[in-house]
Design a protein around this ligand. Structure first.
Ligand code: NAD
Ligand code: GLY
Length: 368
């Protein structure tokens, strides 16, 4: 097992990365404050991993909410099931909410923990690659609103992240690829050497080679922890973690939550951000092609949906959380391996990017 730390003074916490961690009773109880645990998971993950986990916590009062599966249920209405369950089973302020699942479960359980009795302890046990490398680390929690992604939420840090790599065995290939999008993101925004490593190791990553996966998770978490430690509440720097997300969130909202996976939308969005960066002269054409090629090799979409016009993008991007005083801000590349945040966006170049990155009507959408 490897242990990293998210350094946030008195709210610092460990990220454990290793095999069979959910079977390690000592590790599981290490961060429990009292005798109550409330597990939030979903109907896909529950039959795979919930019974074993409950077995390891036999000395505790364990109650659970099994949510319906999918981004479409990441809303306040569904979240109420967790509050109902917590209250019905009389969980008190010393309980610990444990999120067993991907980013949807983690974001929802974290937000429930932030709100329940004004805040109870919270553990992340991520089960997708995406949640291991991104959503379980850094304390962003929340739900979607029909008018925008992740619009209702809170910054609320977990007490620990337990990334049990063995659970990735059951993760479908499409979901693995979606996670790889966020892994590639770290190479693009902060770690050129990692980008090059990914160019050399993509087949092993797609084949779920344990050593390759563990290295990718560790290096991604190191990159994320570094940024979060410097700017926990996204006063500035942390926004670089959203490379491709402004375009991507617009795609997710326009297509209907869950139609494009989050990582797929981020992949197409990162290509749009890279394309605009190339048009501004920040990266070379060869580097743009390398970025597109790497994402294609990860079986990710590299074009925006054919049914989205530039006007659709601009309208939906206007509700992005990075908008300040009505001005759109975008994360772009200043070079390969370095990002910048700017509201100085050349509208003509942006229009060129929309045109260049739009899929053909005949292209199959992701998952088809
Ligand atoms: P997800 O949670 O929907 O999980 C993907 C699918 O895989 C689901 O069907 C799930 O049931 C299934 N699954 C999960 N683990 C499995 C396993 N081990 N074996 C088999 N199936 C498994 O999606 P995700 O990609 O993990 O997360 C996406 C969400 O994360 C989005 O809502 C996004 O907004 C959010 N997100 C949040 C942050 C953050 O900082 N909080 C960062 C990135 C993404
Ligand atoms: N996923 C973006 C962030 O955590 O800030």
């Amino acid at each position: 097992m490897q242990t990293l730390t998210v350094d946030l003074a008195d709210r610092s916490y460990p990220i454990y990365i290793g095999e069979q961690l959910l079977e390690n009773a000592e590790l599981l109880v290490r961060h429990l404050r009292a005798k109550q645990v409330y597990i939030v998971t979903n109907e896909t993950i529950a039959p795979l991993y919930l019974p074993e986990l409950i077995k390891r916590l036999e000395a505790y009062q364990v109650d659970t909410t099994v949510l319906p599966d999918g981004e479409a249920f990441k809303n306040l209405e569904t979240l109420n099931q967790v509050f109902d369950g917590l209250l019905e089973a009389r969980h008190n302020r010393t309980t610990t909410v444990l999120a067993l699942g991907g980013g949807v479960v983690g974001d929802m359980a974290g937000f429930a923990a932030a709100c329940y009795q004004r805040g109870v302890d919270f553990l992340q046990a991520p089960t997708t690659l995406l949640s291991m490398v991104d959503s379980s680390v850094g304390g962003k929690t929340g739900v979607n609103h029909r008018l925008g992604k992740n619009m209702i939420g809170a910054f609320y840090q977990p007490k620990a992240v337990i990334a049990d790599m063995s659970v990735l065995e059951s993760l479908p290939a499409r979901e693995l690829s979606a996670g790889i999008a966020e892994v590639v993101k770290y190479g693009l925004i902060a770690d050129k050497e990692f980008f090059q490593w990914l160019e050399s190791n993509m087949p092993e990553l797609l084949a779920k080679d344990p050593k390759t996966l563990a290295y990718a998770v560790k290096r991604s978490c190191e990159n994320k922890a570094k940024v979060v430690a410097r700017d926990e509440r996204e006063g500035g720097l942390r926004a670089i973690l959203n490379l491709g997300h402004t375009f991507g969130h617009a795609i997710e909202t326009a297509q209907g939550y869950g139609v494009w996976l989050h990582g797929e939308a981020v992949a197409a969005g990162m290509v749009m951000a890279a394309d605009l960066s190339w048009r501004r002269g920040a990266i070379s054409e060869d580097e743009l092609k390398r970025i597109i090629r790497l994402l294609e090799r990860a079986h990710l979409p590299v074009k925006a949906p054919a049914n989205m016009s530039p006007e659709d993008f601009l309208r939906l991007m206007g509700v992005d959380k990075k908008v300040v005083d009505g001005r759109l801000r975008l994360v772009l590349l200043s070079q390969l391996g370095e990002a910048l945040i700017t509201s100085d966006i050349e509208q003509d170049l942006l229009q060129e990017t929309f045109a260049a990155c739009r899929a053909d009507e005949r292209d199959a959408p992701p998952g088809a």
